[in-house]
Design a protein around this ligand. Structure first.
Ligand code: SF4
Length: 263
C-alpha cells in the first residue's frame, strides 16, 4: 500500500476540467473496473447521472442510502430510475430503524449536535458499511450549487471510505442541467415540482421560496440551512493533505503511468 493525497490529483484534475461527463465516467470504469459505484440520493443531478450511465451501458452499480425516513416519492424515483435505465441500484440502510434510534437516543434531529449524530448514523454509517468494496465513488455534486460545493474538485480523496470520489457533473451549470433533463426526458423526483429544491429526509427537508438560497429547505428548523450531512467528503474540508492508502499499481493506473517495463 502507498499513501495517495489530494495534492497528487492536482494535475489530473486540471486535465479533467475540459472533459465531458461521459468521458469522465468511462475513465472511471476503465481505471476501477468492477470497483466503482455511483452514489445517488435521487435528486435531479443524481438522476441525470443515472441516465447517462444507463444509456451508455456502463454497468456501474448505484448506491442509494435509505435513511428510513425518505419521502415515498424518493423511493419511487429510485425504483423507476433502476427499471427505466437498467441499473443495479443497491440500497444501503442504517443499523436501527428511526423508531429504535428514537427510543435509544431521543429525537436527535431537533438540535444541531443531534443532527450530526443522526446524519452520521442514518447516512454516513450505512455508506461506510460498504467500505472496502469500492475504490471509486461517483457523485453528482456541481459547482453551480454554490456554498461548500462552489469549488468542488472533479477528483478528490475520501479518507473515510479510503477511495477516490469523482464528480463528473462538477462543471454542469444550472442551465445545462435543466436542458439535459428536458432533452432526455429524465425521470425526476416529483418533490422538486412541489418546491423542494433539494430532497433529503422527510424530517429535515422543506420547500424553498424562489427568493431563498437553494439549500434553505435543509434543517430549516435548526436555522442552519447552510449545513451539510457530510456524506460527501468535500463538504467536510478540502485540505490538500487528505490521504488514502492504495496499491501502487492502482495509483499508477489512475495517474496514467506506464509500469510494464522490463528491468
Ligand atoms: S437529514 Fe435529518 S432525519 Fe435525515 S439523517 Fe440527517 S438529521 Fe437524521
Amino acid at each position: 500500500m502507498a499513501r495517495f493525497t489530494q495534492a497528487d490529483l492536482r494535475e489530473l484534475n486540471q486535465s479533467f476540467e475540459e472533459r465531458s461527463p461521459i468521458d469522465l465516467l468511462r475513465w472511471a470504469k476503465d481505471v476501477f473496473g468492477g470497483r466503482v459505484a455511483a452514489l445517488s440520493a435521487m435528486q435531479r443531478a443524481g438522476c441525470v447521472l443515472c441516465h447517462i450511465m444507463g444509456t451508455h451501458d456502463l454497468e456501474i452499480p448505484v448506491l442509494f442510502v435509505d435513511t428510513g425516513v425518505n419521502f415515498q416519492e424518493t423511493l419511487d424515483t429510485r425504483d423507476r430510475v433502476a427499471r427505466a435505465y437498467g441499473l443495479d441500484v443497491i440500497t444501503l440502510k442504517p443499523r436501527q430503524s428511526m423508531e429504535e434510534q428514537t427510543k435509544e437516543f431521543g429525537i436527535l434531529y431537533l438540535t444541531p449536535e443531534g443532527q450530526k449524530q443522526c446524519c452520521s448514523m442514518r447516512k454516513i454509517d450505512p455508506l461506510q458499511q460498504a467500505k472496502g468494496r469500492f475504490d471509486c465513488l461517483i457523485g453528482s455534486l456541481r459547482r453551480a450549487e454554490g456554498g461548500k460545493r462552489g469549488n468542488v474538485p472533479i477528483l478528490s480523496v475520501d479518507p473515510q471510505m479510503n477511495c477516490i470520489r469523482i464528480n463528473p457533473l462538477a462543471n454542469f451549470t444550472d442551465e445545462q442541467l435543466d436542458q439535459y433533463l428536458v432533452d432526455h426526458e429524465v425521470i425526476v423526483n416529483p418533490m422538486h415540482s412541489q418546491g423542494y429544491t433539494t430532497v433529503s429526509c422527510n424530517r429535515c427537508t422543506t420547500p424553498v421560496l424562489p427568493t431563498e438560497p437553494k439549500r434553505a429547505g435543509r434543517w430549516r428548523h435548526l436555522g442552519m440551512w447552510s449545513a451539510y450531512c457530510e456524506i460527501n467528503p468535500t463538504d467536510r474540508d478540502g485540505g490538500l493533505s487528505k490521504a488514502i492508502d492504495f496499491p501502487q499499481d492502482l495509483i499508477d493506473r489512475l495517474l496514467g503511468r506506464k509500469t510494464d517495463f522490463a528491468i
